[in-house]
Write a new protein. Structure first.
Length: 383
C-alpha cells in the first residue's frame, strides 16, 4: 500500500498563524488606505470652502456643524452648495457641543474658523480666515515642534534665545518661558520666525484632541500641569522627559501637576495647561452679553448660559470641552467681566498659581492686547 501523507497538527497551526498575520496586514493596509483617502477628501473640502469664503467681505454668523442643514443653510447658500460636506463618522443629530466628528463652523461675521477631526489619529484639521492657506496632514515637523492635524506647533512654551543680538522665539526645553510680553509683540515674534501666534481654533483643536486620549486622565481628572504655586515661579521643561520636572510631584502623588499631555498621534506637548498663561491670536471687542456674575472666574460649561448669551464673538464650542468636564476635573475656568466694554485678548491654559482655575480649556478675558506681565507667555504655530 502506498503511504498516505497529511499535514501534522503543528504544520496546520503554522499555516493558520501565517494566514492570520497576512489577514491582519491586509486589514491594517486597507484601513490606512481608507483613512488616507478620507483625510485627503476632508482637506479638499476645506480648500474648496476656503476659496469661496476668501471672496466674501463678511461671513454668515453662527456656531454649528455644517452637517446640520437647518442651521447651516445661510452658509451653504454663500458657498453655493446644495448639500453640506459630511464627516464619515458624523451621526445625525450631533451638535458642535457633543461631537468632534463634524465640520464645526464658527463666525462672528468678521472672522471664521472650521475644525474637522481627521481619521486615523492624525488630529483635528483647521481652516480659518486668519490664515487662509490650506494645508494637508502633517506627519512630522522640525525639532522642537510637533504635528497636530494640518499644523505644526511649538512643543514647548516659547523661550527667548538671543541670536546675533536679536531675541528669537524658540521651542526648546531649557529655560523658563518668555514672559512679560504683550500679545502684539508675541504675534510679531512668531511672525519673525515664519510662523504665527497660535489661534483660538488651533488651541481648541489641540485641547479637544488631548481630551480624547486616555493617558491624559486619572480618576476622572485631566492633568493641568504646574498650577499649585510650589515653587512660586514658572519652570523650564525637562531635558530628560520627566513630566513632573520641578514640581516635586510624581504619578503616585500629585497626578494633576503632570506637565505633559499626549496627543492622539502619540506626540507629547509640554505645559499646555499651567506654568504660564499663553496669549492666543483672538480679540473680542467687548465681554458684554456673556451671561453670569460680573468680574469672576466661573465654570465654562455650567457657569454661563451659552444658549441665551447675546455676545456674538464667543460661543461654547469655541472655548469648552466636548464632555461634561468642569474645573474639578481639570477643564479650567473662564474669567470675564460683563461690565468691560473695551477690547480684550484671549489668554489660555492658566498659570503656575491658578490651581483648578487652570486647565487645557481655561480662558482669561481680563487683559488688553498691550498688557504684559511675567506670568503670560506664548506659543507659535505654522503650516
Amino acid at each position: 500500500m502506498k503511504n498516505l501523507k497529511s499535514f501534522t497538527l503543528i504544520e496546520l497551526l503554522v499555516v493558520i498563524v501565517i494566514i492570520g498575520i497576512l489577514s491582519g496586514l491586509v486589514v491594517i493596509a486597507t484601513t490606512s488606505f481608507v483613512n488616507s483617502t478620507s483625510n485627503a477628501k476632508l482637506v479638499a473640502e476645506l480648500s474648496t470652502m476656503a476659496k469661496t469664503l476668501e471672496t466674501q467681505s463678511s461671513y454668515p454668523k453662527g456656531s454649528f456643524c455644517l452637517e446640520d442643514t437647518a442651521q447651516s443653510q445661510d452658509l451653504l447658500n454663500t458657498l453655493g452648495m446644495t448639500k453640506p460636506p459630511r464627516h464619515p463618522s458624523y451621526k445625525q443629530g450631533d451638535t458642535s457641543a457633543t461631537t468632534n466628528e463634524c465640520f464645526l463652523y464658527f463666525s462672528d461675521g468678521e472672522h471664521y474658523s472650521i475644525r474637522v477631526n481627521s481619521l486615523g489619529n492624525k488630529g483635528i484639521l483647521v481652516q480659518e480666515s486668519r490664515h487662509m492657506k490650506t494645508a494637508g496632514i502633517k506627519d512630522k515637523c522640525e525639532e522642537g515642534w510637533i504635528p497636530i492635524g494640518n499644523r505644526c506647533v511649538m512643543k514647548y512654551e516659547a523661550k527667548k534665545v538671543n541670536v546675533g543680538g536679536v531675541d528669537v522665539a524658540t521651542s526648546i526645553a531649557d529655560g523658563r518661558p518668555w514672559g512679560s510680553i504683550t500679545q502684539t509683540d508675541a504675534k510679531a515674534k512668531c511672525e519673525a520666525i515664519g510662523a504665527h501666534l497660535i489661534t483660538n481654533a488651533e488651541w481648541m483643536a489641540i485641547a479637544r484632541d488631548i481630551e480624547t486620549v486616555d493617558s491624559n486622565w486619572s480618576g476622572g481628572v485631566l492633568n493641568r500641569g504646574h498650577t499649585d504655586n510650589n515653587p512660586s515661579n514658572s519652570l523650564p521643561a525637562s531635558t530628560d522627559n520627566d513630566p513632573y520636572s520641578g514640581t516635586g510631584n510624581s504619578e503616585s502623588s500629585g497626578w494633576e501637576q503632570k506637565r505633559t499631555h499626549t496627543l492622539s498621534n502619540g506626540e507629547v506637548i509640554w505645559d499646555f495647561a499651567g506654568n504660564v498663561w499663553e496669549w492666543v491670536d483672538r480679540i473680542i471687542p467687548t465681554q458684554a452679553g456673556i451671561e453670569g456674575i460680573n468680574a469672576t472666574y466661573t465654570e465654562i460649561r455650567t457657569g454661563i448660559n451659552w444658549a441665551t448669551s447675546t455676545n456674538p464673538y464667543i460661543s461654547y464650542d469655541e472655548v469648552g470641552p466636548l464632555g461634561s468636564l468642569i474645573s474639578s476635573g481639570g477643564a479650567g475656568r473662564i474669567w470675564k467681566d460683563n461690565t468691560i466694554t473695551s477690547a480684550r485678548a484671549f489668554m489660555r491654559g492658566g498659570g503656575r498659581h491658578d490651581d483648578t482655575t487652570a486647565g487645557d480649556f481655561a480662558l482669561f478675558l481680563g487683559s488688553a492686547p498691550a498688557y504684559a506681565i511675567a506670568h503670560i507667555g506664548f506659543r507659535c504655530a505654522r503650516y
